[in-house]
Ligand binder design. Structure first.
Ligand SMILES: Cc1cc2nc3c(=O)[nH]c(=O)nc-3n(C[C@H](O)[C@H](O)[C@H](O)COP(=O)(O)O)c2cc1C
Length: 169
């Protein structure tokens, strides 16, 4: 099984979750981890896609919210192209490749809206198999760090998805 993990990040929290997922999968499958600026336009050759992004303004980031993160909150990394833009260029999958979505969001206050739900919806409309519910991982404030235990929770989440796929083969 070849897995592609695509993430977007401003402060590194979503990347840490992506890497925890990658580390968990890499003992059994081949894993490529790329950020949204370098993600490929097609998932040809992969049979599992994992996509994660921070929630901005109740949804996926936009150029304006990324700019706000940079200019008002000194975010150390500002993607030119976020997951929203990447999904707009991603080719349809003809063979219903499985895709799962996650996001990061502030722990308190709990706000409505989820980037992961938007990712999942977009992936479904591109023909991916998206029966797995989207998952949220929590950060302290806008900058992080991650709430204790979130990387381990991410590893357990992907482990359960991978083993369900194995037993369905
Ligand atoms: C402009 C902006 C808007 C945000 N809006 C939300 C929001 O609507 N809901 C939420 O839970 N977190 C919101 N956040 C917090 C982000 O989710 C948080 O910065 C992110 O999870 C950190 O992940 P990263 O280090 O990978 O960028 C916002 C952050 C920024 C910069």
């Amino acid at each position: 099984m070849n897995t592609l993990i695509v993430y977007e990040t401003m402060w590194g929290n979503t990347e840490l979750i992506a890497r925890a997922i990658g580390a968990e999968l890499s003992s059994t499958v081949t894993v490529d981890i790329v950020d949204s600026d370098s993600a490929p336009p097609s998932i040809e050759g992969f049979d599992l896609l994992v996509v994660g992004a921070p929630t901005h303004a109740f949804s996926l980031s936009r150029p304006a919210t990324r700019q706000e993160a940079a200019s008002e909150r000194n975010a150390p990394h500002v993607p030119v192209s976020g997951v929203r833009e990447w999904l707009q260029t991603l080719s349809r999958t003809e063979n219903a490749v499985t895709a799962v979505a996650f996001d990061t969001r502030v722990d308190t206050p709990r706000l409505p809206g989820s980037a992961a739900k938007v990712i999942r919806r977009e992936l479904r409309s591109l023909g991916f198999e998206t029966s797995q519910k989207a998952k949220t991982f929590r950060v302290h404030g806008y900058e992080g760090p991650l709430v204790d235990g979130e990387p381990a929770r991410a590893a357990a989440w992907i482990r359960s998805i991978a083993s369900a796929r194995e037993s369905n083969r």
